[in-house]
Write a protein that binds this ligand. Sequence first.
Ligand SMILES: Nc1nc2c(ncn2[C@@H]2O[C@H](COP(=O)(O)OP(=O)(O)O)[C@@H](O)[C@H]2O)c(=O)[nH]1
Ligand SMILES: [Mg+2]
Length: 198
Amino acid sequence: MDSAISEQRQTLSSTADNGLKIVVVGGFGVGKTTLVRSVSEIRPLNTEETMSQAGEGIDDTGGVAAKTATTVAFDFGRISLDAHNVLYLFGAPGQERFWFLWDRLFSGTLGAVVLVDTRRIADSWYAVDRLEHHGTPFVVACNDFGGTAHPAAEVRDALDLPDEVPLVFCDARSRESSKQVLITLVEHLRDVVAAAAR
Ligand SMILES: Nc1nc2c(ncn2[C@@H]2O[C@H](COP(=O)(O)OP(=O)(O)O)[C@@H](O)[C@H]2O)c(=O)[nH]1
Ligand SMILES: [Mg+2]
């Protein structure tokens, strides 16, 4: 960890008045935990557990390389914006057996990031569907797992994304890249608010 980050950790305000909530959703193994970790200034709380035999046949690891941990609840991260505003990041479990949690999770959410692994686009359909159902603004971020690059238009088509929903490419392991995804979301939220005020 670099010293700038550890310094920031020590000086975190514990008295922020304004908590802003953003959720990171998407299928199993798309990089939600990785993204929350990359951008968070606290050691993110997460409940990643080593996959047990009990998860066999439940967690679909097909096509997911090197995934040995499974999320049993949420990732949780925090970014201080200024003395009064704190961004809370929730990484929500994508597995079907956790879907009942989603509707609660979206209440009070400013916006969402849908992470996509372009080799398994269908795994993120449910996230897009629920967000549209709730009217929660979101952006789509295709996480870079190497291999063939899929053109944005192809991903848009596969997810049936409206033109106004931003689509970006990212590497969730990179703090800078993950930060750009959040900035894209914030800019999109601003556009949504501006459009509603017109
Ligand atoms: N190549 C590559 N691997 C990634 C990237 N993001 C995450 N991973 C790896 O993919 C696996 C699943 O990521 P994880 O964050 O646990 O997925 P989650 O189930 O959505 O929380 C882990 O082994 C990560 O190290 C990425 O941008 N590129
Ligand atoms: Mg996870």
